[in-house]
Design a protein around this ligand. Sequence first.
Ligand SMILES: O=P(O)(O)OC[C@H]1O[C@H](OP(=O)(O)OP(=O)(O)O)[C@H](O)[C@@H]1O
Ligand SMILES: Nc1ncnc2[nH]cnc12
Length: 182
Amino acid sequence: MNPQSLSALLSQVIKAVPDYPKPGILFRDVTSLMLDAGAFAQVIDAFKQQYQGKGFTKIVGTESRGFIFGAPLAYAMGLPFVPVRKPGKLPRERIAQSYQLEYGEDTLEIHKDAIVAGDKVLLVDDLLATGGTIAATTSLVERLGGKATDAAFVVNLPDLGGQARLEKLGLNLYSLVEFAGD
Ligand SMILES: O=P(O)(O)OC[C@H]1O[C@H](OP(=O)(O)OP(=O)(O)O)[C@H](O)[C@@H]1O
Ligand SMILES: Nc1ncnc2[nH]cnc12
């Protein structure tokens, strides 16, 4: 499917929920996309086409919606998948990074042995808003000696500033649909 058709399909299947989880937030709900098996497959295929053969050694997905797209992409590309998790969920030695969200504050953690020096990492998440989640994830990867060069999203909300923030960090960004004016 060409990028324009995929973007049009995604803007139909991703439902918008006003005032969730707080007044003033327009929530872009990817669970309605996952109910459409064909659209879900198109997302994973588009990511694979974008990144296959580019030398990535690991895919890192951020809890929880980053797991939904990151893990099937890792399977499709034959790469290891590394979960970055909310606090208290990883059982072995780990490092932590705090960050601001569009609607709150949180901390993320990664297992110390999940990234090794020289890893070339693709970050995957469902949605880019302020960029706090992926900035924190980039920092976790780089503190362990990896290089996070690229980040892939289903949805980009460019008005919330994440795109500009992550580009300043030197990340190459790729998203399948943009919603401006949120
Ligand atoms: O660009 P940002 O401003 O950081 O926002 C985007 C992040 O916010 C959401 O996750 P959330 O923390 O709500 O957790 P969830 O995936 O577990 O729902 C979303 O899945 C992204 O990870
Ligand atoms: N507007 C939004 N919709 C869905 N997930 C989000 N995560 C951060 N902002 C969001």
